[in-house]
Design a binder for this molecule. Structure first.
Ligand code: ADP
Ligand code: MG
Length: 476
């Protein structure tokens, strides 16, 4: 058996004994470079595979090798060699000299591996030094500026805990909640806190959209190795709005590899989304189960007291003074999310500056009246139906017809629930709307969904997605 055949047989055995995801992640692009005095030198594509194979899979590989080659096989060692290109950068610099030597002395190497030249100028690893400028952390977001209340206390506590125990406590940490409820603030605060306590740590905050576009660029420019290398150096990787990865197969695949590489060496990953992993359509199962393997926590709608507390904090931050009554008016009337509350506050401040009158309840009422009417008016039964159609891939016809098919019946109940909860419609009108059904059907739907929301994460996520769709599209 030559080296190639031997390795193929070994891989065949290992593939049966570990999960497909692990196999692909760690054994893809590996080969035997040489065998000398019982020591098998394996070529691997990167430092993470090296670490993984030499530590975690050492025993498995040796056993498998022995089953073909006998007890003469004593040890394995991995040598990093890029699958396509010459790896000049960090891997080459950190590679101990004699390893490369051994590899290059033994069987002829594929030409892509450059002999190590100790007198060549050592390139500086630019990535590491440039990192902080690209961490994308905005110092405006801190834990101190974050109002903690019952709607977000768990998420807040998890972020604080993670900032003190990077990679050790909850990994990954997954935070979900509707638009404008404070996910980005919390994630950024976590990053800023780590940066403050450990200036040497490498931190990256990025939205999944940005991540995707960087990846696409790197593919175009044939720099995916660099792309991965860059991300795999992070001590803390924060990916915001991960729902946008949904359906992008190639991006999910790359993300999975980066995720694994970081995860295996206890680097911290923090993720946010507008809904729980279960409710992200077309998220690959392996990513979903990775996300679910850590800590999942949500941020929900703040109540009026919390909205008021946040307003007071924002007023202090902005250095303006607004009386309690006016603030309470805003907190009572702008209810959808905190971003809109802040928007309303900014509007009040801008008017007051423009007209050179101090903010007062009458000014606030005047300024916000239009906003409030808009908010209330724009949500209609049709909006609810079309949001439901979209989320559940059903048609209005399906919803109004008599059918009881499971998926459609569920979507119908959700729409009925929203008509009650968001429009306060009488159950009899809801029944009428849905093809002349009895009011008890609407009542039952409302009660069922209300009860299920508490138990069913997916449903909770769906409802919050729908509400955001309704208010985000129409409210402002
Ligand atoms: P999301 O990422 O969930 O859409 P953001 O984090 O962007 O929401 O929050 C929207 C705005 O509301 C930000 O300006 C943020 O500072 C503010 N905000 C949200 N939650 C809080 C909070 N608990 N305390 C203070 N400000 C908050
Ligand atoms: Mg955000």
């Amino acid at each position: 058996m030559n080296h190639q055949e031997l390795w193929k047989s070994v891989l065949g055995q290992i593939e049966l004994s570990i999960s497909k995801a692990n196999f692909v992640t760690w054994f893809q692009n590996t080969s035997i470079l040489s065998i000398e005095d019982g020591s098998v030198v394996i070529s691997v594509p990167n430092g993470f595979a090296k670490e993984w194979l030499e530590n975690k899979y050492n025993h498995t590989i040796i056993q498998s090798l022995r089953s073909f080659e006998g007890d003469a096989v004593r040890s394995i060692r991995c040598v990093i060699s890029g699958p396509q290109t010459i790896k000049k950068s960090i891997d080459a610099i950190t590679q101990p000299v004699q390893q490369i030597d051994i590899a290059s002395k033994s069987s002829p190497l594929p030409p892509r591996i450059q002999p190590f030249n100790p007198t060549a100028p050592v390139p500086t690893p630019k990535l590491a030094t440039a990192m902080f400028h690209e961490s994308n952390l905005n110092p405006r977001y801190t834990f101190d500026d974050y109002v903690v209340a019952e709607n977000n206390e768990l998420a807040h506590a998890a972020c604080v805990a993670v900032s003190r125990n990077l990679g050790q406590l909850y990994n990954p940490l997954f935070i979900y909640g509707g638009v404008g409820l404070g996910k980005t603030h919390l994630l950024q605060a976590l990053g800023n806190e780590v940066k403050r306590q450990h200036p040497e740590k490498t931190i990256k905050y990025i939205t999944s959209e940005r991540f995707t576009s960087e990846l696409v660029d790197s593919i175009k420019n044939q720099k995916t190795d660099k792309f991965k290398e860059y991300y795999q150096q992070m001590d803390l990787l924060i990916i915001d709005d991960v729902q946008f990865l949904s359906g992008r197969e190639k991006t999910q695949n790359e993300f999975f590899h980066i995720f694994n590489a970081l995860y295996q060496i206890n680097k911290q990953i923090v993720i946010s989304s507008d809904r729980p992993p279960k409710s992200i359509p077309t998220l690959e199962d392996r990513l979903r189960s990775r996300f679910e393997g850590g800590m999942i926590t949500d941020i929900s709608q703040p109540n009026e007291e919390t909205r008021l507390a946040i307003l007071k904090k924002k007023v202090i931050e902005k250095g303006v003074s607004i009386d309690e009554e006016s603030l309470r008016f805003i907190a009572e009337n702008i209810t959808q999310n905190i971003r809109e509350i802040e928007g309303a506050l900014n509007r009040v401040i801008a008017y007051s500056e423009f007209y050179k009158t101090p903010p007062s309840i009458s000014l606030v009422e005047k300024v916000l009246s239009q906003l409030i009417i808009q908010n209330k008016k724009t949500i209609s039964t049709e909006d609810i139906v079309s949001a439901t159609e979209k989320l559940f891939s059903v048609t209005k016809d399906d919803l109004l017809k008599k059918g009881r098919k499971k998926g459609i019946a569920h979507a119908r109940q959700v729409a009925m629930y929203l008509m009650r909860s968001e429009l306060s419609m009488p159950f009899s009108s809801i029944g009428d709307y849905f093809g002349g059904r009895d009011h008890t059907t609407a009542l039952h739907a409302f009660e069922k969904i209300s009860a299920d929301i508490e138990k069913n994460l997916r449903l909770k996520g769906d409802i919050s997605t729908l509400k955001n769709e309704l208010y985000h599209q129409n409210g402002g």
